[in-house]
Design a protein around this ligand. Sequence first.
Ligand code: TXA
Ligand code: MG
Length: 330
Amino acid sequence: MTLRLAATPSGLEAAAHILREGGLVAFGTETVYGLGGDASQPKAVARIFEAKNRPRFNPLISHFATASAAFEQVSASPLAHKLAEAFWPGPLTLVLPRSQNSTVSDLAADGLNSLAVRVPRGDAVQTLLALVDRPIAAPSANRSGRISPSDASHVLEELEGRIDAVLDTGPCTVGIESTVLDLTQPERPVLLRHGGITPEALEAVCGPLSYPETTSDTAPVSPGRMLSHYAPTLPVRLDVTRLDTTDALLAFGPNPPHGAGYVFNLSEKGSLEEAAARLFAGLRFLDKKGAELGLKAIAVSPIPAQGLGLALRDRLHRAAAPRPAERDVT
Ligand code: TXA
Ligand code: MG
């Protein structure tokens, strides 16, 4: 049984209690719903992997109510402080050297000397994290390889019966995961994952960004960069301008092309923010609707490769990638 808790004082107390006892609670952040467990309890972390049906361990992001709580777990450089000042609470994850006295379990950090930390935005999640007052590991609350959840009902579709509770904090406002920035090499910030904070916004604070040397499917540096991910059931085609009647179109902008069997527009006015907030819900919706109508594929309109469009294109590229038999993704 999975409890559905409202984001009221008593719901938040109940969620905090479950987390402190080593249970699993999914909760909304500004990006997507996270599947939360106490990062300092290896058993709770192991349960996260089990609930997601993830075949292998991966390092998880630890979530905190404040930057000072986050920076107790890592050794934070002046640049980390500057970025925290500019973007926290908000959709930025910083990878930093794990401090000697970090309470985050080896299982949550995957035995690495580094740790990913983040301070999410949102009244309910902030209150919850402050109540628990421990690092909370929270990968996206979907089964491994599937579309990330941006609403409490999506979480229940994925994990009903496999987790203790979901805290219903409403739909996520950003809708796409946090940007992951590796700060373990001084003077060389490396952008590991596109997300809710654009590269332009980061560069305005920290100067030019570097990118990982390899973008291969198996790059060990950041396992969440695995290629096949966010996979709907229907196959996905990108940058489509010619449509078939058996296509379900994921459109972007005014006047989408005609000819598809069904259309869901991410943003009629062509706003990348609006499109990001609707991306995962749109994919989920078209996947269901398409199957219902007997459609054969999800066709995606071209999305500009700039600003938040980079994160949108990254997620769509993964949704379209060939799917391995055995999933090994977050
Ligand atoms: O927006 C988000 O970040 C959401 C919400 C729930 O906070 N969480 C999320 O977590 O997307 P997850 O586990 O799905 O993605 C974590 C990403 C992965 O790409 C993982 O490889 C990377 O962070 N990561 C975690 N620890 C790392 C580390 N020490 N070094 C490099 N990458 C790391
Ligand atoms: Mg994920």
